[in-house]
Design a protein around this ligand. Structure first.
Ligand code: CA2
Length: 156
């Protein structure tokens, strides 16, 4: 049951390429949790925090850009694991900058302990913060940080 005291906040969760394979391949790096389980944990955390959580996964850069554009007027925050597009996509970075919706970047793995090409994120400069290296827990921590920011820090 939603409390009448808090304004309804909607958060869009974006998952980038190959994250649909979670739990099916490379459990040594990404763990055994599936994307469905991550979405369920985020919805449950959303209920606790009294925010609505919607999720989109795509293997296509333009679909992710379209989802960011569509968040205008619908979502007050974005939680994103852009997958490999983190390290390549100026288009996703520009879309996030254009919509100007507070965004938290998350990663399952610690991208700074991995190959050098994963150390740079195009998203980081347009995000309010980044959480990397805690497996599925990165998403929960990211959602908590985003909601904390929206309720306590953002001046609007
Ligand atoms: O650690 C993360 O969350 C990453 O965003 C995951 C991306 C990787 O390119 C980033 O550098 C860090 C890769 C996601 C691929 O997910 C798979 C899951 C299962 C099997 C194969 C890939």
């Amino acid at each position: 049951m939603l409390s009448a005291q808090l304004p309804l906040v909607s958060v869009l969760v974006l998952h980038g390429p190959n994250l649909n394979l979670l739990g099916q391949r490379e459990p040594g790096i990404y763990g055994s949790v599936t994307l469905g389980e991550i979405n369920s944990l985020l919805k449950a955390e959303g209920q606790k925090l009294q925010v609505k959580v919607s999720t989109v996964q795509s293997n296509h850069e333009g679909v992710l850009v379209d989802a960011i554009h569509a968040a205008r007027g619908e979502s007050q925050g974005i939680l994103i694991n852009a997958g490999a597009y983190t390290h390549t996509s100026v288009a996703i970075r520009d879309a996030l900058a254009a919509v100007n919706i507070p965004t938290v970047e998350v990663h399952l793995s610690n991208i700074y302990q991995r190959e050098a090409f994963r150390h740079h994120s195009y998203i980081a400069a347009v995000a309010i913060g980044q959480i990397s290296g805690f497996g599925a827990e990165s998403y929960r921590l990211g959602l908590q940080a985003l909601v904390h920011y929206l309720r306590n820090v953002k001046i609007s």
